[in-house]
Design a protein around this ligand. Structure first.
Ligand code: FPP
Length: 257
């Protein structure tokens, strides 16, 4: 088994779709919320391991805009778990200089959640270590539409000119805008065997590598992150170019002509 090694080929920004909590719990005869509780407990070891590996940004898909359609009891359980996670882990995150951010329509969250979340974001928002982002009430299409609307409003207000819009400027209007160069995702991991993107970081993952595993999120551990990163390290990222090997072939050809 090839395990990841700390070094220059480590992905700077890893994003994880933490899927399979419900199925994991149901398979064991437990309510779905049990899977979410266990899933929340997987976050700390993954954050710690990401730091050990030298990953600079970690984005975790915790709740999508579509998840609002779940039964109220499951939503209540999820918000309770999030509040508990923040209360329990804030000190540890602070000690490790983790900068915590949230992306998504957080204005849709209940005031009880905001009362816990907002001060934690304020206190951890100035840290300079791992950029840990929870995507909560997040949908990538919604993010892009809101960015477009925001840019259009700035044009109407005279602050911007439509002709200056390019990918870099548009990226700054997205919720990930303040991550700067780190906003582009290098590696997307999805657990639980599902092979789809589910409205997650569509813009930011334009050139990401993808890693899918059958392991459900409640069973995902540091060794699984190692496997994903090791898989990333074996990829030939060409960004639409012709890559190292092909480039060499091309120069050999050029010499012959
Ligand atoms: C997907 O599994 C998981 C979620 C919708 C919630 C993820 C939440 C956590 C890991 C815990 C709470 C989060 C934080 C930030 C502390 P699923 O329920 O869709 O599973 P299924 O596909 O098996 O039904």
């Amino acid at each position: 088994m090839t395990l990841a090694v700390r070094g220059p080929a480590i992905p700077s920004h890893v994003a994880i779709i933490m899927d399979g909590n419900g199925r994991w719990a149901q398979k064991r005869g437990h309510p779905r919320a049990f899977g979410h509780i266990r899933g929340a407990s997987r976050i700390k070891p993954i954050v710690e391991h990401a730091q050990r590996l030298g990953i600079r940004a970690l984005t975790l898909y915790a709740f999508s805009t579509e998840n609002w359609n779940r039964p109220q009891a499951e939503l209540d359980a999820l918000w309770k778990i999030l509040k508990k996670f923040l209360a329990k882990e804030e000190a540890h995150l602070a000690k490790n200089n983790v900068r915590l951010r949230v992306i998504g329509e957080i204005e849709r969250l209940g005031s009880d959640v905001r009362q816990v979340l907002d001060p934690v974001l304020e206190r951890l928002g100035h840290n300079t270590g791992l950029q840990l982002t929870f995507a909560v009430s997040y949908g990538s299409q919604r993010e892009i539409v809101r960015a477009a609307r925001h840019f259009a409003m700035d044009c109407v207000g005279g602050k911007r000119n439509p002709n200056e819009l390019d990918e870099g400027l548009f990226g700054r209007y997205l919720w990930t805008g303040d991550l700067g160069e780190l906003s582009q995702v290098d590696l997307v991991i999805r657990t639980s065997g599902e092979i789809r993107i589910s409205n997650f970081l569509l813009w930011q993952a334009a050139y990401a590598e993808f890693y899918f595993t059958d392991t459900c999120w409640p069973d995902f551990g540091p060794e699984d992150l190692d496997l994903a990163v090791a898989s990333f390290q074996r990829r030939d990222r060409r960004f639409g170019g012709i890559g190292k090997v092909l480039k060499n072939d091309r120069s050999a050809l050029d010499k012959r002509t």
